[in-house]
Design a protein around this ligand. Structure first.
Ligand code: ZN
Length: 683
């Protein structure tokens, strides 16, 4: 499972989902440039790998080998996302690099954007919405461009002419009726036949469902993940799986992955980690899903290694039937400093529980904090590249999770890059009331926001207890909004507590104001940029933020604690009394905990309906108008750092250097050249 941006706290989720632009940063803490470029609805960012230099040589070697293993799988995902993706990508690349005509015409420029989008999506469909891209260039232009380049650079099938290549791919690119969606979820249609993803070939939805239903034993308490690592095909009337393994489908790429995993095995940090890598290799060699489960169990139990990784067929979001997994890889190492932060918080869990403003009868006598592991990503690959999650929770098999637990991690340097890139993108400059708040946000908001997330995740959800006899599901449809509000309020109340300064988690008593301001600004105004005109707020996290912000605004109205101030005809949030805001957060926390503990459905309904759902249409229109002018890209992805092994005369690796200066197209073309592991057509 992946943790997406939406599940984060208000300000971060908003900044990261809405950041972008190329403007100068007013206050720049460091010179690293987090932004790369922007096109279509995408912004490309860059992330840093702090702490890499401090790893031991052996750990660096391990990271290096694992990053190579990660990059070798790139072509697999392209083919999984659609059977023509590799042919189309390679044709576009041949024209992009080899075209001798005018590269400044609108047609060529539009083709360039199209190719950049194909790279980003690992195919011709949108990475998020899954709809097919509409090319901005003509078939006539593209045909003459293809004909003009050196034919040996084109992905021609054996005996295929250039004209036949065009016939093969033009309908797929230009005809909107051909393969319109990568994953179709429309109820009532044959989801397998109408989805362009390449997980099934020649079979209907019913045939696929029947095939797997016949395999399953309902009494099996440790079932394998049926269908996870294969394409289901009908050949000569017979339905069968083509398994992704060495010697099977995608074998050429998996062989290369295994080659680098074998090198990684020689520099594993400890026997447990070595066993993890060995088992993964065995799985890639056999395609046996029992072996995959054994690997997953070894992996989840390996908690002492500094370096860790995901490499394999993992998430099933790309299959309309939710069985087949896209290939992905993430190489990472533990962020000791940030993990220490969550450990401090969770080891003080009882103190926080005891001192909260919640009524004593709803507090836990014994509370245990959860310590979240924060990791630093070293490379993103496959389905985590360029667009990535900010956290992951694996393995996915329910019985393994129940018996052996799971690893839940937050990717600290990715979150940090989103934050840093959002600095100076014009968003805060547009919506924040004055330079005083702006300066405070620049100085503290990244830190306080992380801390708020930690408090929310490590303590908030685990705090409090149900009253005897209360129904834990009694809040029905309001349950998740109330639960998120409870966790958010716990974090908001404590982010202003002197205890955090005392524990060394915050530098001073000013910092919390950055979090209070951005939270209220988001809840009262700026999160509305995600709502279509005329709609109300539906999503639980957004309702929760609106609820908290509007409740505090209303309750403090008589004393003007928080106001919606006007300046030059624009509306701004202005906080006049931060200490009172904290008191109000505490009062609401106590009430929300009471509602939760006693399962007071009517009170939950009133809170959510009165404060969490409604949108002021005039303010909404103003916010949308101001946001539109900022011209920010809604989706983001990353270029990877580049790793280079330094070797001695005997070829031994003596160091690994990391650099960050590669451009987007440059990196994509390098990957296409150096990691071309699969043929253009994989049957
Ligand atoms: Zn939560």
């Amino acid at each position: 499972m992946r943790k997406q941006l939406l599940t984060l706290t208000a300000s971060l989720a908003l900044f990261t989902a809405c950041g972008g632009g190329q403007k100068e940063t007013p206050v720049q803490a460091d010179k690293f440039d987090y932004t790369v470029e922007q096109f279509a609805d995408l912004q490309i960012l860059r992330y840093r790998v702090p702490g890499f230099e401090e790893l031991t040589l052996q750990q660096k070697q391990l990271v290096y080998y694992l990053t190579e293993a990660a990059l070798q799988g790139r072509d697999i995902l392209f083919d999984q996302n659609g059977k023509y993706n590799l042919v189309i990508r390679r044709t576009l690349e041949a024209v992009y690099t080899g075209y001798q005509g005018d590269k400044t015409t609108p047609d060529f420029k539009a083709m360039e954007v199209y190719l950049k989008r194909v790279w980003f999506s690992n195919g011709i469909h949108h990475h998020y919405g899954s709809e097919k891209f509409v090319p901005g260039f003509t078939p006539e232009f593209f045909r003459q461009a293809i004909e003009s380049v050196d034919a040996s650079t084109l992905p021609l099938a054996e005996g295929q002419t250039v004209a036949q290549l065009c016939e093969e791919i033009f309908p797929v690119i230009f005809n909107p009726k051909v393969m319109p969606k990568r994953v179709n979820q429309a109820d009532g249609e044959d989801l397998v036949l109408t989805s362009a993803c390449n997980y099934y070939d020649g079979v209907t939805q019913k045939e696929a469902e029947d095939f797997y239903a016949a395999m399953k034993d309902p009494k099996d308490e440790t079932p394998i993940s049926y269908g996870l690592n294969s394409r289901l095909v009908k050949e000569n009337g017979k339905i069968q799986e083509k398994v992704w393994k060495v010697g099977g489908l995608y074998g050429q790429a998996l062989e290369k992955i295994v080659y680098w995993l074998e090198k990684a095995e020689t520099v594993a940090e400890n026997p447990e980690q070595k066993a993890v890598i060995a088992k993964l290799i065995a799985y890639y060699r056999t395609g046996d899903l029992k072996t995959f489960d054994e690997y997953a169990i070894l992996w989840v139990k390996d908690l002492n290694s500094r370096v860790d990784f995901v490499n394999g067929f993992t998430e099933n979001y790309g299959d309309p039937l939710g069985m087949k997994a896209s290939w992905e890889s993430l190489v990472n190492f533990k962020d000791l400093e940030a993990t220490r932060r969550t450990e401090i918080i969770s080891s003080n869990a009882q103190w926080f529980e005891d001192h909260s403003p919640v009524d004593k009868q709803f507090k836990k006598e014994q509370v245990k904090g959860v310590s979240a592991k924060v990791i630093t990503a070293a490379i993103l690959a496959g389905d985590l590249y360029p667009s990535t999650a900010i956290g992951i929770n694996l393995p996915n098999a329910n019985w393994i999770r129940a018996h052996y637990g799971s690893k839940s991690v937050t990717i600290g340097n990715i979150t940090d890059a989103y934050n840093k890139a959002a600095h100076g993108n014009g968003f805060n400059e547009e919506f924040v009331y004055s330079s005083e708040e702006l300066a405070r946000i620049d100085q503290y908001a990244d830190l306080t926001d992380e801390l708020h997330t930690d408090l929310h995740e490590c303590l908030g959800h685990g705090s409090g207890k149900m009253a005897p006899g209360a129904d834990p599901d009694g809040l029905k449809a309001y349950g998740s909004t109330i639960e998120e509000a409870r966790a958010d309020l716990f974090g908001l109340y404590y982010v202003a507590d002197p205890k955090l300064v005392e524990l060394g988690l915050l530098p001073d008593g000013e910092a919390y104001k950055a979090q209070y301001y951005t939270y209220l600004m988001n809840g009262l105004m700026t999160q509305l940029v995600r709502i279509e005109p005329g709609n109300q707020i539906e999503e639980a996290h957004m309702r929760n933020r609106s609820l908290i912000a509007h409740w505090v605004y209303e309750k403090g109205k008589a004393d003007n604690v928080v106001e919606l101030a006007k300046k030059n005809g624009k509306t701004y949030v202005k906080v006049n009394d931060y200490e009172r805001v904290r008191i109000l957060f505490g009062e609401l926390l106590a009430e929300i905990q009471r509602v939760k503990s006693t399962s007071d459905l009517e009170a939950a309904r009133r809170l959510v309906e009165d404060y969490g759902v409604k949108v002021d249409p005039v303010l909404h229109a103003e916010v949308l108008e101001r946001y539109k002018k900022l011209n920010l890209a809604p989706y983001k992805g990353f270029v990877n750092p580049r790793y280079e092994a330094v070797t001695d005369a005997q070829g031994n690796i003596t160091d690994v250097k990391v650099s960050y200066n590669e451009g987007y197209a440059e990196q994509m073309l390098r990957y296409s050249r150096d990691y071309a592991t699969l043929p253009s057509r994989n049957n």
